[in-house]
Structure formats: structure tokens, C-alpha cells
Write a protein that binds this ligand. Structure first.
Ligand code: FEO
Length: 165
């Protein structure tokens, strides 16, 4: 049985992951408007991953005899000045999510909830990947600076992204 503390913390994270999906979906729409379909595809795949993360929390709460309770999801921003500004925000957001996950690991340890601790290890590793991916894309965007040809090539590359967890 899951403690009330972990149940609440996991429901909050389920909402945070859903907000991440919402944020990236909004970014995808803005990228479509910027005529960057490859970037938009990448961002929709990212949004889908975030929904997968939310579902992992959903299942863990249910499996442990807890109750999933859905909270309100705030409206994400809708406009970004450039892909560079957007990916700066992606990186900042992922660092924020990493901090949330680390806090959950601490809470699980305080609650002596070893199953939750093991479950969260996947997310600890995932956040390393998420931050690294955002950093890499941001560095590529900075590398090409204002080159339209460079952005076109990078858009093609971003369009190759497959589905992940
Ligand atoms: Fe679910 Fe991008 O962290």
C-alpha cells in the first residue's frame, strides 16, 4: 500500500508530466507556424514521451493500491521568438523536472518506500538523457546561428526522430 504522502507526490508528478506534454505540444504548434515541420515532429514525439511518463506514474499509483487524482493543468505559453529561445526553455524546463524527480527520490527515502525508489530510478536516468538531448539541440541551433540553409538541414534531421519512452 502506498502512503498518502507518496500518493500525493506521485499525483503531483503525473500532473507535472502532463503539463510537460502540453508545453511541448504548444511548442510543436509554434514550430509549425515557423515552417519547421521537422522540429514540430520532434516536439510532438517529445510531448508523446511526456504522456508516457504520466502514464507510468498512473500505473504505479494504481498498482500500489493508491488513487489517481487529476489536478488542473495550466495553459502553456504559445509564442516563442525563435527555435533557440524555445530550446533554452526546453532545457530550463527539463532541469526543473529533474529537480522534481530528485525531490521525489528524497521523499520516497524518507517514507522508506523502496518500491517507489526503484520505480523512480528509471526517471533519474531518463532526465540525464532529456537534459543531454536538449543541450545538444541547443548547441546545434547556436552553431548554425542565422544560417537559413543550416536551419533547413537541422529541420530535416529533427524530422527523423522515432518514438521512444
Ligand atoms: Fe518527463 Fe521531460 O521529463
Amino acid at each position: 500500500m502506498i502512503s498518502k504522502v507518496i500518493e500525493k507526490a506521485f499525483n503531483d508528478q503525473l500532473a507535472a508530466e502532463t503539463y510537460s506534454a502540453y508545453l511541448y505540444w504548444s511548442m510543436s504548434a509554434a514550430l509549425e507556424e515557423m515552417q519547421l515541420p521537422g522540429f514540430a515532429h520532434w516536439m510532438r514525439a517529445q510531448a508523446q514521451e511526456e504522456m508516457n511518463h504520466a502514464v507510468k506514474f498512473y500505473h504505479h499509483i494504481v498498482e500500489r493500491g493508491g488513487r489517481v487524482k487529476l489536478g488542473a493543468i495550466a495553459a502553456p505559453p504559445a509564442e516563442w521568438e525563435s527555435p533557440a529561445k524555445m530550446f533554452e526553455e526546453v532545457l530550463k524546463h527539463e532541469r526543473h523536472v529533474t529537480a522534481l524527480i530528485h525531490k521525489l527520490v528524497e521523499t520516497a527515502a524518507q517514507e522508506k518506500d523502496y518500491a517507489a525508489g526503484v520505480f523512480l530510478q528509471w526517471f533519474v536516468n531518463e532526465q540525464v538523457e532529456e537534459e543531454a538531448a536538449a543541450e545538444l539541440i541547443l548547441s546545434k541551433i547556436k552553431m548554425i546561428q542565422d544560417s537559413k540553409g543550416g536551419l533547413y538541414m537541422l529541420d530535416k534531421e529533427m524530422g527523423q526522430r522515432g518514438a521512444g519512452d
